[in-house]
Design a protein around this ligand. Structure first.
Ligand code: MIC
Ligand code: SF4
Length: 644
């Protein structure tokens, strides 16, 4: 029986555990990626471990999220990151260099290597045949210190790609089709591995698009083989020497199989406000559009923007539409400038933004009240754009361009003959915005601004959890609901006391008052609690407010790990009736906690208010139980930086 691609890479990096689905494994991490919004915490955590220099093959710290510099705070964070990386041995990708995932693909990704990133779209690099996983900041800090990354050995879904994409149908439509079929919970505990004759016809950028949005399926990661196309891409980036061929064995077997005929896919669009709310574009044609945003870490490549430019060439953006275009990197920016695509975009009336996350994370470009915004990005959770009642649709750059031109949602097949842009033979390589670390770390002074506060310290777990239900939420609550992003909140990422004032801000503005009045408590959630972004602040801030446990029907992978790392108990309802019976404000008590966890017994939860009780289970390994008992991961790291 042959091996899958994932199995091969995991096997060559395995440090502990058995490669059987559901088992906890530890893998060696070759590369790490951090960005500024999660990265300041990661670097503060790394510093607190007392390790003199990063121990990976390569660590890169990007600045791409917190680009608006309304006051000193983001600027101070950037200066901190520049100095701390220089001292501790990581590369620093300066603001303006581009979005972490696009730049990592271009300049650093290596087939067959492992990459851990403090950003949920790290799987973007799966487009190059890398095993690239998103994680909470603390896990990335441990990996930077040379520690293994622990995860549950996923099930492997083999997606066999057949046929070829038709005119005006794109990689974005392929991943939207999978989201339509599988939903935002469909990839939980799974890795999506692509193979088959349809792979050959997809460029590395298209493969990266599909892997990037595998995060929206809840998948641990997604991966494509490394083949002749991968080689050509790396050659065009001047990095052919890192290429290796890497595919699954022809007789590889998968835990689940999906066949996807590319020629049967049509232009699709995700309606507000979930990436899996997908319908064919033709079904919503004619919907008036106020804003179009092309860009983000998906669909901001040279190919993507060149196609948009070709569609807009010699025409004008509709008078009712405000259109923005964000190049994914400085390289893409340079290349569209050289090719003339930039001129076509400017001429048509597009507003060109700097290479960064921008509108995708609500850093500017909030749409008008209740209006439709069509975006080529990957998430449309309500309010993420910065407008509370936003109506964000997700679609390919081609569909975005059609909407910009006509002022209404339009099937791109209405645009006439398809535009074909060949991948460049030579990319514009200039790494002058990526700084190497210092050779004399002892002479580097780390500069911290007043907004950078120390990481709070937490006590070990007590024997009883007692508190009131602070909030009860439904299925698929995202970390954007728990801890919003956007221009107002993101500058507080390195200041936990300040950012904690925003927990559940958009969902229930009284949450923080209650948490303070009731001296903490518990959170009750539905299925897939904590999906979406990797931000550990969605666990760290609740912990700061003394949230002791989250009781949910199920958890998203990264958030579950973040809760453990921050010392919050992630507990699971054993029946839906138990979820239904519980009410906000109920007083709960879980006693005999330490011995129950040590003996891996279910927990007895008493509802003091309703005078009843139920059992709660948990999906925790022995290692995770030790972390929880210690009060969080940092409390388990020795002075030598080892996990004990
Ligand atoms: C996102 O797309 O939600 C983010 C912002 O990139 C996050 C990281 C963060 O919250 O800083 C992610 O995807 O992990
Ligand atoms: Fe940035 Fe948006 Fe990509 Fe997150 S999803 S990394 S905010 S561009």
């Amino acid at each position: 029986m042959g091996n899958s691609l994932l199995y091969k890479i995991v096997a060559s990096h395995l440090v502990s555990g058995q490669m059987a689905p559901g088992e906890e494994i530890g893998i060696r991490i070759d590369q790490t990626l951090t960005q500024d919004a999660t990265g300041t915490m990661v670097w503060l955590e790394f510093e607190s471990m007392g390790i003199p220099r990063v121990r990976t093959e390569l660590s890169v710290s990007y600045v791409d999220h917190n680009m608006l510099q309304n006051d000193f705070r983001n600027a101070d964070d950037h200066r901190y990151l520049q100095t701390v990386t220089s001292k501790y041995g990581a590369y620093f990708s300066r603001p303006g260099s581009g979005i972490c995932h696009q730049v990592h693909l271009e300049r650093f990704g290596v087939p067959g290597k492992t990459l851990l990133g403090s950003d949920s779209h790290t799987p973007n690099a799966g487009g190059l045949g890398m095993l690239a996983i998103g994680a909470g900041g603390m896990d990335v800090a441990v990996a930077m210190g040379g520690g293994p990354f622990y995860l549950t050995m996923p099930q492997i879904v083999g997606v066999q790609l057949l046929g070829q994409l038709g005119p005006w149908v794109t990689a974005k439509d392929v991943i939207l089709e999978l989201l339509r079929r599988l939903s935002v919970k469909g990839g939980l505990g799974k890795v999506i591995e692509y193979y088959g004759p349809g792979v050959e016809g997809l460029t590395v950028d298209q493969r990266a698009t599909i892997c990037n949005m595998g995060a929206e399926l809840g998948a641990t990661t997604s991966i494509f083989p490394s083949d002749a196309c991968t080689r050509a891409y790396l050659q065009a980036q001047g990095r052919e020497e890192v290429w290796i061929p890497l595919t699954a064995d022809p007789d590889a077997t998968y835990d689940e199989n999906i066949a996807l005929d590319l020629s049967a896919v049509e232009p699709l669009i995700a309606q507000p406000s979930s990436p899996d709310n997908v319908v064919p574009v033709r079904e919503v044609e004619g919907t008036p559009v106020a804003q179009v945003c092309v860009g983000s870490c998906v669909n901001s490549s040279f190919e993507d923007l060149s196609i948009v430019a070709a569609i807009l060439q010699g025409k004008s953006v509709h008078p009712n539409v405000s259109m923005t275009v964000t190049p994914g990197s400085k390289q893409v920016y340079t290349m569209i400038a050289r090719s003339g695509a930039l001129t076509s975009l400017i001429d048509a009336g597009a507003r060109i933004l700097e290479a960064g996350c921008g509108p995708c994370v609500g850093m500017g470009q909030a749409p008008p009240t209740g209006a439709v915004s069509v975006r080529s990005s990957n998430r449309n959770f309500r309010g993420r754009s910065g407008t509370r009642d936003d109506q964000v649709f997700l679609a390919s750059p081609e569909t975005c361009a059609a909407a910009a031109l006509f002022g209404v949602i339009t099937d791109p097949r209405q645009l006439g003959d398809a535009v074909k842009i060949e991948p460049p033979v030579q990319y514009a390589v200039n790494d002058n915005m990526i700084l190497a670390p210092s050779d004399e770390p002892e002479n580097v002074e780390i500069i911290r601004g007043p907004n950078i506060k120390p990481i709070p310290e937490f006590a070990p777990l007590g024997d009883t959890v007692q508190g009131r239900v602070l909030i009860k939420v439904e299925d698929n609550i995202t970390t954007d609901h728990i801890m919003p992003a956007g221009a107002q909140v993101l500058p507080l990422r390195s200041n936990i006391p300040a950012i904690s004032e925003y927990v559940f801000w958009r969902v229930d503005p009284d949450f923080v008052h209650r948490a303070k009045d009731w001296s903490g408590g518990l959170i009750v959630g539905g299925l897939n609690y904590g999906q979406g972004s990797s931000r550990e602040h969605a666990a760290l801030s609740p912990r700061f407010l003394n949230v002791q446990a989250v009781l949910a029907k199920s958890f998203a992978r990264i958030h579950h790990a973040n809760l453990v790392n921050m010392g919050i108990l992630p507990l699971t309802f054993m029946t839906d009736d138990d979820y239904d019976a519980i009410a906000e404000g109920d007083e709960l008590e879980i006693s005999d906690l330490r011995s129950a966890l040590e003996q891996e017994r279910p927990l007895h939860v008493r509802n003091v208010t309703q005078n009843c009780a139920f059992q709660a289970s948990y999906d925790l390994t022995g290692r995770q139980i030790r972390i929880l008992l210690a009060g969080g991961l940092l409390n388990t790291i020795s002075d030598e930086g080892e996990q004990v």
